[in-house]
Design a protein around this ligand. Structure first.
Ligand code: GLN
Length: 249
């Protein structure tokens, strides 16, 4: 497909409420890396009370949020967006949840006496432990394609919730430095085909431009190598290296 004919359609879910640690930077990275390649970019927004169009976007993005913001979004997400997100995931669209957004992609998030129901796109559940928050720089090893070598994602995590993988869930990666899903399992995030949840903020994509490219390719249904290298990725490489150093790699 000629690049002019390609367009990445991204849907930001609750960009006003689910956006801590400048998670909106992830959207800017997607837009820039498409623009630099001559790929069109369309940003759709779906907020409170709005029905989600399952066919209207190729990548659905749910950022991080404080417990109270998550609570506000969770009921709305289940009522207005759950079915559409399942339809989108079933046709291969990318769904990316970061931290609070990751927790809501699972079955539930238990905070004290309260159980917040998630959309159940992935087989995980999260419990807010009466224990210190899991905070700090983190690096994880991921293998997104069987035939390619493992790569490293670096970022920052800050969560009170501990996420547990169900019997059928695959982690996104293995913790090299940091806490990950629950501080003990050695796993971070979850992946079911193109549905990905992770605790990595920072935001995630400015620190891991290679992963932004992987997401763009997956959302467009092409191989990452088909996107082609960008002529100058020096700043992005430095950002990645700096995040790795911060994590002690
Ligand atoms: N409120 C959630 C927790 O503390 C998620 C926080 C976040 O998105 N950083 O576990």
């Amino acid at each position: 497909m000629p690049s002019q004919a390609r367009k990445l359609r991204v849907c930001a879910l609750y960009p006003d409420l689910m956006n801590i640690y400048a998670d909106r930077g992830n959207l800017i990275v997607l837009e820039r890396r498409c623009a630099w390649r001559g790929i069109g970019f369309q940003l759709n927004v779906c907020g409170m009370g709005e029905q989600l169009d399952s066919d209207g976007s190729d990548l659905f993005y749910l950022g991080g949020g404080q417990d109270r913001d998550q609570l506000l979004c969770a009921a709305d997400l289940v009522s207005f967006k759950r079915a559409a997100l399942h339809r989108a995931a079933d046709r291969g669209a990318v769904v990316l949840g970061v931290c609070g957004g990751y927790q809501l992609l699972g079955h539930s998030y238990v905070v004290g006496e309260q159980e917040i129901t998630g959309v159940g796109l992935v087989d995980v559940h999260t419990v807010r432990a009466a224990a210190p928050r899991l905070i700090g720089n983190i690096a994880i090893e991921v293998q997104l394609e069987q035939q390619s070598p493992p790569r490293v994602l670096a970022g920052f995590e800050n969560h009170g919730g501990r996420t547990h993988l169900g019997a059928h869930a695959e982690p996104l990666g293995r913790v090299l430095k940091g806490h990950g899903n629950d501080g003990t399992s050695g796993y971070e995030g979850v992946r079911r085909a193109n549905v990905i949840g992770t605790y990595l903020h920072g935001p995630l994509l400015p620190k891991n431009a290679w992963f932004a490219d992987w997401l763009i390719a997956a959302a467009l249904g092409v191989q990452p190598r088909d996107l082609g290298e960008l002529p100058d990725d020096e700043l992005e490489s430095q950002a990645h290296a700096s995040a790795l150093r911060a994590a002690g790699m």
